[in-house]
Design a protein around this ligand. Structure first.
Ligand SMILES: Cc1cc2nc3c(=O)[nH]c(=O)nc-3n(C[C@H](O)[C@H](O)[C@H](O)COP(=O)(O)OP(=O)(O)OC[C@H]3O[C@@H](n4cnc5c(N)ncnc54)[C@H](O)[C@@H]3O)c2cc1C
Ligand code: FES
Ligand code: FES
Length: 1362
């Protein structure tokens, strides 16, 4: 063909699609444009959010609908709009959250129920959640076969189990998922509504839970495919039959070949160039292997009919390469057992919204070509699949094994289809397994496996003989899935016994050899061994495990291994502990005393957040001439920056300019953040980069995507000449005396006489050690700001920040302009957790410098990777301790040697030691001595993250207590209880913060939980369970917490408009913590004297955005007390207004003899020229600036000794919330913080390379909790403790302290591991160091990587003896 015919190119159509029923043309967009970019930049739609850009978070989920004109049918499915390319969506309809309901047309019941179940906090994840739930409802309620029973009125056909899975791919960092699951389950026909948690539809415990009280749901109420598009499609079909070429090519850079021939002529044309043309099926591969450059042209192969075949015959099933994983699951589910097992495994690949588009062929090709750790290749390999491929010259049929083993195929080789033979059901056993941190999927596995065996019975012995066997393993750090041939050969013809398995395991260990650089290599090998052992045991007649290990309550214990793991086919029906439904209970007290304060009012703006209309910084339309920035960061920890060049690439052409330190205006300085009183951090690493991840410049481009891509092209020239080697670790820092010195007022004080305490001890531990790693914030909205230059050297910055005031000051210092020239506006923040403080400042400053220089608006929205690399996060630390104690467990003295890795700048680090010690002091240590080192190192500076220091302090205390208990062989809870403070020692340890004796509730809380008969019963049940179960072990533990908080001065302002509506401003920022909701309630309460209807007043209040020029001295949002102090400032403002308005009210009432209506009162006041705006700057009573929060949690976990997986079976939290200002908000804070803490203690691996550069830098490697990893039962009680008028309406803080309670999970895991160590080796010490986080790999390692071999060895020896 030579060149592609001009006619064909010219004949191309534009991509036409419907977005929420409106016709849109994707004309003139860059061909690499994703649906998300298109929606957010070319339409008014803002519901789908960018959370990760790699298919791993669900913030961007939309519903895509396709119409088949021949059958007149519409098919709908959810999809991640961040990976779907708009060029592939011709004639599709897209529905977003605002498309199913909005402010104007009314909200959809999904949105109303998410709001009513208090399931939205910062709200950034909520539109994505909403669309995942909506898609699940659409799928469940598709008209089914005739005669299928309809669900009860008001319900969907969705089941509770499907409801939990519906959001399994969506991340939420705020809520802890429980309320989201409840909202989703409220649609399920099989749910008992009484089981659902706190909501605004019925009063739990008082009213009956009835479907009629829920916002009404009826399926099909939303039109997902508009009629106009159907007509257009029908017309285009008619045109096609009139021989108009169907291919779209040319202008838009897209080509949709309709046949293999067309594809080949395209390959042969001079249009094709491998470097600039991308061949795609559904483009989800871009979530795994990020595009490194822009592409000019795309070939979409999905339109080639051979790639979409689905052929079933009695020989097997052939599926086209472009068939989606979801479709393949549907096809395989309806087949013989091997097919059903394949379907089961596939349903754990990625998440529903990725599987709906991701193709089977794309996955297999990625595995073949790029060594992708595929699940699909492994299971298809074991099932004996074959593939048909089309190379440039011929069509070939190969076994999948042959195909995988070939050298990586070239770009012109197309996988056409895959054939999976039908194995029938006789004498065939097929099992698949995967070990991953998330049981429902959405996490690539450490190892996956699939085994197929054909057996026959030996008539004489009655044993099963292995006739044929295929053992496939993948993802363990090798090129692609492969068969363990040596092991297969060995097993063929044998009957399986312990000694045979042992030999097979030995052989397997030679085969499974992770390549260099693979993380946790020994763990992966041990997993492969576990999988093989489990499978082979099911073939052995004389082995009673592990498949047959059934827990006392009838639950199969083989949870993580594909839900049914090692068990044989008939055991499929048993429920694994991963599949237990999520249950919950809440005990809350609502008080009327200060109403509407104290009521569980629904979060202000929750429905708006669910519909996607709530405006975050990136939702603000770009001003005219706006430019976009992306950071270039250093990958060297200590080097001169000699220069920055750009690779020769398409993306490099998009660079408009690079902003660097030299662009800081004269009079300004290189400052990116500053912690008042503690120190600054530079904006740019100039002239030396001081840590890997430091910003050294900002690439400016016309779009955010161009800026991201252009920044990737930067090549930095470094020189280390005359520079000291970097200091990266605590040990390095100690060696080089590299410290920050906390000012004396921040340094924690020793207590008592350590030497004397030690001398009173009966026992001493002199060299205990524990280590805690960092944690990344993982707010769903990454750092972002929009800077708009204004007249006369002024600038307005819309920033996602928790510290507008500091940001204003730092930006002004950086630009060298007065503070009044800088206005920072923050309406809401899509999650902060401390991370939108110091680091957020850098982004605002970078935008400001660029905007000032270029005299154009500049915005930045960091991609997830850059955000993770720069964020810093929680402080890692290393602790050594010496502790003295008596034989009865009473502690007498503790010495702590604390090493904290603070990173390059002081940030909040000097304040960390006192926070650590603050939480550690929950126990009476007798005497306390400290040696604290805040280490200055060449890594990104660590900052405050929810519960900074306190969470580590709480854990360190527990680690020491457990060590003591273990040394005494005593019950840990008894040691805990013995050392809880009496009020006297509390005062000794905490001084004034201890408050009144009546407010010390910790002992009561601990006794309620840990000394109750229920606890004893459960502990006994755990022991019984462990006695009867070898491969699953349980642990239970109760952890108390104390958390000191400080009250800070805070401003508030209340303004009543002429129509009676009320605008309120506070210094604090709404970061999802419910600040604005509490402030609204307080305003209504504060003005209640003026209006008989306080609830009515609530609707008139709007809390408006933070604005540094409107409300000065805003301070910062953090430390858990911003809500209560903002409320207090507002209450004072209201009191002023009441004073001004009361005489008018009385005068009106005396004239009319009736209560004065609110509106009339305000009208009268306006006419009388009363100042209707009042402001207050609340400052705490110097005698009461601190108080302590108390709580405790019991957690019960089950660990899988074979995989290291942990299931949290139940957590019971009791938290003293004082008199809650809003129990629904506080409950949300408690649950959300707890689950964030669970992530810290169990799964979130913050890995860096040898230079300190963060390498777990995306959703692919960094695993925050998901719906399948939260406690299966989560019970929360908010304790209403004694009043204390010194606190704001007797309330207490709830934002951070509950995070500490997650230590209970870690402690319970230790108990379970101890039980395993007891079983497996008498020689394993029962006292052991268990650091944070305790990941799957750590758990398995602590249980023993060789438990299987040891067990088999003992069985074989026993057999040999008999
Ligand atoms: C968040 C996330 C989680 C995931 N989790 C898992 C997991 O747990 N386990 C697992 O196994 N997989 C997982 N995957 C991988 C997923 O299965 C693949 O991304 C997907 O199947 C690729 O299909 P696609 O149609 O999107 O391919 P594309 O992205 O369109 O293509 C990928 C590559 O294959 C080429 N290609 C595609 N089809 C063909 C064909 N027929 N012939 C020749 N070349 C072709 C393309 O040119 C491209 O180079 C995950 C993916 C994501 C994004
Ligand atoms: S932004 Fe698309 S899945 Fe995260
Ligand atoms: S509410 Fe889910 S991420 Fe904030």
């Amino acid at each position: 063909m030579g060149s592609l015919g001009k006619d064909a190119a010219a004949a191309g159509e534009r991509v036409v699609l419907a977005v929420n029923g409106v016709r849109r043309e994707a004309a003139g967009v860059d061909p690499s444009t994703t649906l998300l970019e298109f929606l957010r930049t070319r339409t008014p739609v803002r519901g789908p959010k960018l959370g990760c850009g790699e298919g791993g978070c669900g913030a961007c989920v939309v519903l895509i609908s396709k119409y088949d004109p021949t059958t007149d049918e519409v098919t709908e499915f959810s999809a991640s709009s961040c990976l779907t390319l708009v060029g592939s969506l011709n004639h599709c309809s897209v529905t977003t959250s605002e498309g199913i309901g909005n402010t104007r047309d009314g909200y959809h019941p999904v949105q109303q129920r998410l709001a009513g179940f208090h399931a939205s906090q910062c709200g950034f994840c909520t539109p994505g959640m909403c669309m995942s739930i909506f898609s699940a409802l659409v799928k469940a309620d598709k008209p089914g076969a005739a005669g299928e029973p309809a669900p009860p009125p008001g319900f969907s056909k969705l089941t509770s189990c499907e409801a939990e899975h519906a959001v399994s791919g969506n991340l939420c960092r705020c809520t802890g998922y429980r309320p989201i699951v409840d909202a989703c389950k409220s649609f399920a026909a099989d749910v008992d509504l009484e089981d659902l948690g706190l909501n605004s539809f019925w009063k739990k415990g008082a009213d009956r839970a009835e479907v009629g009280k829920l916002p009404e749901y009826s399926s099909g109420a939303v039109c997902t495919f508009p009629e106009f598009l159907k007509s257009e499609i029908k017309a285009s079909v008619d045109n096609q039959t009139n021989n108009v070429p169907a291919a779209i090519a040319g202008e838009d850079g897209w080509y949709h070949p309709r046949s293999i021939q067309e594809l080949h002529s395209l390959f042969d044309s001079n249009w094709f160039d491998e470097k600039s043309v991308k061949i795609v099926a559904s483009n989800t591969g871009a979530g795994v292997y990020k595009d490194q450059d822009l592409y000019e042209k795309y070939i979409d192969i999905k339109g080639i009919p051979e790639l979409s075949v689905i052929n079933r015959s009695n020989k097997g099933v052939e599926i086209g390469a472009a068939v989606s994983i979801s479709k393949a699951i549907e096809v395989f589910s309806d087949g013989t057992p091997v097919f059903r097992k394949i379907a089961g495994h596939l349903s754990k690949v990625a998440s529903p919204f990725v599987r709906n588009t991701a193709t089977v062929g794309g996955n297999v090709i990625m595995s073949q070509r790029l060594q992708f750790p595929s699940d699909i290749a492994t299971v298809l390999l074991a099932a004996g699949s074959t593939v048909t491929i089309q190379t440039a010259s011929k069509m070939l049929c190969l076994t999948l094994e042959e195909f995988l083993e070939q050298p990586p195929c070239d770009a012109k080789t197309i996988l056409l289809s895959i054939f999976v033979p039908d194995w029938g059901s006789d004498n065939v056993i097929f099992e698949t397994s995967r070990a991953a941190p998330r049981p429902f999927g959405n996490a690539v596995s450490y190892v996956n496996s699939a085994f197929l065996a054909r057996t026959s019975g030996d008539a004489a012995s009655g044993e099963l003989i292995v006739d044929e066997i295929c053992l496939a393993f993948g993802a363990y750090g090798v090129g692609h899935a492969s068969r363990a041939r040596k092991v297969e050969e060995f097993l063929k013809g044998k009957s399986v016994s312990a000694s045979v398995i042992l030999e097979a395991v030995r052989l397997l260990k030679d085969v499974i050899s992770p390549s260099e650089g693979t993380t946790h290599p020994e763990y992966r090998v041990s997993l492969a061994v576990s999988f093989l052992f489990s499978f082979l045991s099911s073939l052995a007649t004389d082995l009673d495990e592990p498949a047959k290990a059934i827990t006392p309550n009838g639950i199969s214990t083989n949870g993580t291994m594909n839900g049914n793991g090692a068990s044989s086919l008939e055991k499929q029906s048993k429920v694994g502990s991963d599949d237990l439904p999520i249950r919950s209970r809440q005990e809350l007290v609502f008080t009327e005393e200060y109403k509407p304060v104290g009521k569980p009012t629904t979060k202000a703006g929750a429905e708006l957040q669910a519909s996607g209309e709530a405006v975050y910084v990136d939702d603000i339309p770009s001003p005219k001439d706006c430019l976009y920035g992306a950071f270039i960061y250093s990958t060297h920890p200590h080097a001169h920056i000699k220069g920055v060049n750009f690779k020769s690439s398409l993306a490099s052409k998009k660079v408009i300019t690079v902003i660097s330190a030299k662009d800081i205006p004269a009079g300004g300085r290189n400052i990116g953040s500053s912690f008042p009183g503690l120190g600054d951090e530079a904006l740019f690493g100039d002239p030396v980069s001081e840590f890997a991840g430091q910003n050294i410049g900002v690439v400016i481009a016309e779009t955010q995507k161009y800026a991201y891509m252009a920044a990737k092209q930067a090549v930095i020239e470094y020189s280390t000449e005359n520079l000291e080697p970097p200091i990266l670790t605590i040990e390095d820092a100690i060696q080089h005396d590299s410290y920050f010195h906390p000012p004396p007022f921040l340094a924690p004080k020793p207590i008592g006489d350590f030497e004397q305490g030690m001398s009173e001890a009966d026992h001493k531990i002199l060299s205990g050690e524990v280590k805690l790693e960092s944690q990344y914030y993982f707010y769903m909205e990454t750092q972002t700001a929009l800077a708009v230059p204004d007249e006369d050297n002024c600038i307005t910055i819309y920033a996602s920040t928790q510290i507008p005031e500091v940001t204003q000051n730092v930006v002004a210092d950086c630009l060298g302009i007065p503070y009044h020239n800088v206005r920072i506006i923050t309406r809401r923040v899509g999650g902060g957790f401390g991370g939108k403080a110091m680091k957020g400042c850098h982004v605002a400053c970078a935008c400001a410098v660029a905007a000032f220089k270029l005299r154009r608006p500049v915005r930045m929205y960091l991609d997830r990777k850059t955000d993770m690399i720069m964020a810093g996060g929680r402080h890692p630390m290393k602790v050594k301790y010496s502790v003295g104690f008596k034989s009865d467990g009473t502690l007498t003295a503790l010495h702590l040697d604390l090493g904290i890795n603070a990173g390059i700048s002081p940030d909040v680090s000097p304040a960390l030691p006192s926070a650590i010690v603050g939480a550690l002091k929950k126990y009476n240590w007798g005497a306390l001595a400290l040696d604290v080192k805040v280490c200055k190192t060449n890594v990104s500076s660590k900052s405050a993250m929810r519960g900074p220091g306190d969470v580590q302090g709480c854990f360190i205390a527990e680690a020491i207590i457990e060590h003591v208990a273990s040394a005494l062989a005593a019950d840990t809870n008894t040691v805990r209880r013995k050392n809880l403070h009496g009020f006297e020692s509390l005062t000794k340890f905490y001084g004034d913060a201890a408050g009144e004796a009546s407010t010390y509730s910790l002992v009561e809380i601990f006794d309620k939980l840990a000394s109750s008969p229920e606890y004893r019963t459960r502990a006994a049940a755990v022991e019984r369970f462990n006695g009867g179960s070898r491969w699953k072990k349980r642990g239970i533990s109760c952890v108390p917490i104390t958390y000191e908080v400080r009250l800070r001065p805070t401003p508030g302002k209340v303004s009543i408009m002429n129509d009676g509506s009320i605008a309120v401003e506070v210094g604090g920022v709404e970061i999802g913590q419910g600040l604005y909701t509490k402030v609204k309630q307080m305003t209504a309460y504060g003005l209640a004297e003026l209006c008989s209807d306080a609830d009515g007043l609530l609707d008139k209040v709007r809390v408006i955005q933070a604005d540094t020029l409107s409300m000065i001295q805003g301070g910062f949002t953090g430390g858990s007390t911003t809500s209560e102090t903002s409320c207090e400032a507002v209450r004072l403002s209201c009191a002023t207004l009441v004073e001004r308005l009361k005489p008018i009210k009385e005068s009106l009432e005396s004239k009319s003899g009736a209560p004065a209506p609110w509106k009339a009162l305000i009208t009268q006041a306006t006419m009388a020229s009363v100042n209707l705006s009042a402001q207050a700057y609340w400052t705490p009573d110097p005698a009461f600036v601190k108080y302590i929060n108390y709580g405790a949690a019991v957690s019960e976990v089950e660990i899988d000794v074979l995989t290291g997986g942990t299931t949290i079976l139940r957590s019971d939290l009791v938290y003293d919330c004082g008199q809650s200002l809003n129990p629904a908000v506080d409950l949300g804070q408690v649950e959300g913080a707890f689950v964030q803490g669970v992530g810290f203690f169990t799964n979130e691996e913050y890995t860096t390379n040898a230079d300190g550069l963060v390498v777990n830098d995306g959703t692919w490697t960094y695993k925050i909790p998901t719906v399948d990893t939260i406690p299966k039962q989560l019970n929360v009680e908010l304790l209403t403790s004694a009043r204390d008028k010194k606190r704001v309406l007797s309330s207490k803080a709830s934002g951070e302290p509950p995070l500490l309670m997650a230590a209970s999970v870690h402690c319970a895991m230790r108990e379970a591991i101890r039980a395993a160590r007891k079983d497996f080796s008498a020689s394993s010490p029962l006292t052991f160091q268990m650091d944070v986080p305790a990941t799957m790999a750590d758990v398995k390692e602590l249980c023993g990587l060789d438990v299987v071999e040891r067990h088999l060895q003992s069985l074989s020896s026993a057999a040999a003896e008999t």
